[in-house]
Ligand binder design. Structure first.
Ligand code: MN
Length: 272
């Protein structure tokens, strides 16, 4: 039994006895203080589990399980005025939920024996070139969005913390230059995709951009540069169209105000 499943079984019995959504949410958020800072639930009883920070690492290792939509660690309106409540609600409850549902469906019909029978996202990404596009799109969609949610917070600090901040200065010259390069990469992504800050195979920080729901963990010919993600920015129109319409740059500038630098720092430290 993995640690995640063990923690889930401890949480489950208390969770099951709670009748209303708000008390469940409060319980999960309180549990998060003890066990984790980020919570994932299905929204239905018997389907809760906790994810500890950094979310990408925990989520990557969950094995042979049904995937669930993680509950946001804040309210839909928490990132206002930078990211609006309605966009957050639709993005999370409709778009992300679809990736989760479609990932479960795609896995149901797929024999995993060719990749060691292991359905963890980490193993799926490592073996991406052997898997169908439905798994690629939806495993990517689930992971990328999970990372995106925990990579934002209300009342964010606006600048990187010490260790990552120093590495950004050493690599890009200054934080301002880094922001400009990252913003440019996000603006240049044609159509739908993501922009990333990663630690690449050489151990260096790098900015990269991926199409659709691909991410730099996916090992496949189409991936120009592999690495461990530290920051993730969704530049699909569904991430900003309701508020910013076609003005992607306005959305990117808003996003800089809500970047969770604590999460980025912890992913950076764990990426060594
Ligand atoms: Mn999205």
């Amino acid at each position: 039994m993995s640690i995640i499943h063990y923690l889930a079984s401890l949480l489950k019995s208390n969770f099951r006895n709670m009748k209303n959504i708000e008390s469940r949410r409060q319980f999960l958020l309180k549990s998060a203080g003890i066990l984790a800072t980020t919570i994932a639930v299905a929204g239905l009883e018997n389907k809760s589990y906790a994810l500890t920070q950094p979310i990408s690492q925990e989520l990557l290792l969950l094995e042979n399980t049904t995937f669930y939509l993680p509950l946001l660690p804040y309210e839909y309106g928490a990132l206002e005025p930078h990211i609006d409540k309605l966009t957050m609600e639709i993005h999370h409850s409709k778009h992300h939920q679809s990736y989760v549902n479609n990932l479960n469906k795609a896995l149901e019909g797929f024999d995993l024996s060719s990749i060691g029978g292991n359905s963890s996202l980490e193993n799926l990404f490592k073996n991406m070139s052997k898997l169908p596009v439905s798994i690629r799109n939806n495993a990517g969609g689930h992971f990328n969005h999970s990372m995106f949610w925990t990579g934002m917070k209300a009342n964010a600090g606006l600048t990187p913390l010490a260790t990552l901040g120093e590495e950004i200065n050493a690599t890009f010259g200054s934080f301002e230059t880094f922001k400009k390069l990252f913003t440019d990469a996000a603006m240049k992504r044609f159509g739908s995709g993501w922009t990333w800050l990663i630690r690449n195979a050489k151990g260096q920080l790098a900015i990269c951009s991926t199409a659709n729901q691909d991410n730099p963990l996916m090992v496949m010919e189409e991936m120009k540069e592999n690495g461990k993600p530290i920051l993730a920015l969704d530049v699909w129109e569904h991430a900003y169209y309701l508020k910013n319409q076609n003005r992607r740059v306005e959305y990117i500038n808003s996003w800089w105000n809500v970047v969770n630098w604590e999460a980025a720092e912890s992913l950076f430290l764990a990426s060594k």
